[in-house]
Design a protein around this ligand. Sequence first.
Ligand SMILES: Nc1nc2c(ncn2[C@@H]2O[C@H](COP(=O)(O)OP(=O)(O)O[C@H]3O[C@H](CO)[C@@H](O)[C@H](O)[C@@H]3O)[C@@H](O)[C@H]2O)c(=O)[nH]1
Length: 344
Amino acid sequence: MARRVLITGITGQDGVYLAEQLLSEGYQVFGVVRGQRSVCDPNRRPLRPEIKLLSGDLLDQSSLIAAVETAQPDEVYNLGALSFVPVSWRQSNTAAQITGVGVLRILEAVRVVAGVTASVTPGANCPRFYQASSSEMFGKVRRTPQNEQTVFHPRSPYGVAKVFGHYMVQNYRESYGMFAVSGILFNHESPLRGPQFVTRRVSLAAAAIKLGLHDELRLGNLDAQRDWGFAGDYVRGMVQMLAQDRPEDFVLGTGVTNSVRELVDLAFRHVGLDWRDYVRADPGLLRPAEVDSLCADSSRARQKLGWKPEVSFEELVAMMVDADLRLLSDDREMAAEAMLATLR
Ligand SMILES: Nc1nc2c(ncn2[C@@H]2O[C@H](COP(=O)(O)OP(=O)(O)O[C@H]3O[C@H](CO)[C@@H](O)[C@H](O)[C@@H]3O)[C@@H](O)[C@H]2O)c(=O)[nH]1
């Protein structure tokens, strides 16, 4: 019998890569989607038809219970979130509800359907649970690099909500004996990244300017530094975490930090342009509080999971810019216009 997996956030970048990996391993994949999902979602590969979509919402407890009851999963991955940090200041209550309390709701759905109570140590019948924790939880860092022992100091409603979810997972593990783990993932990108995130904004702009479709790129803080890796490498790490003998949290990141300025320089050089001719600072894109610099120490994952990223920062930027050159060169691609609109 095929193993069954339930994924929230299945239409997002990580959901698409994770579903593809698990389908290739023979899993039966169920995805939770809100409302009606369009078959033609700009920017996203159509979801594979083998995936069974279930209606549900991280804001709605009973819909999650119903999804878990229907899927009867062996594993649950909670990748759903309001994931764009700036929006979490403008919609802080929604961010708290989806990104924070949403974790509690899906944990509760798993616990209730499996019939786990405080007095009973669950047997093999309780699904294994993965939570998408984030390096944004480290926020204002005092020590670099960051690992599983680093203290949290979140700098946005998004980061605070992720800390809530992280500790809920730890509590369900300790209170109920559930196999529940969090992957503390540093920034991970790909050609499927949403156009509001800085890597995709830059790759789209470099490609659009090269093709004569656009003439400038507005950016916020060029000095911010991130540890950027390739999303495909990171979903491999998620799967490895759930395959461990004991539930444990892991940091995943490359250990290499670059600034937004370095990202822009690389992307524009890839298409033979000098970024200084096109990039404009836009104070409207600065955040109320910034996470200045992040760098992962993922030595625990490297030792215990045998995980390591395969794609370098340079390869990642080239992959994203090349994908956007193809996307924007294709007149038949309806997504191209929607993508360009995000730069205006
Ligand atoms: N988005 C964006 N960011 C900009 C811009 N200009 C500078 N930046 C800076 O670029 C950095 C990265 O921003 P994002 O790509 O939006 O990602 P993030 O805030 O680091 O959050 C992402 O990574 C987290 C993991 O650490 C995820 O948890 C989160 O959901 C998201 O994917 C931030 O310091 C931001 O201020 C801009 O025009 N747009």
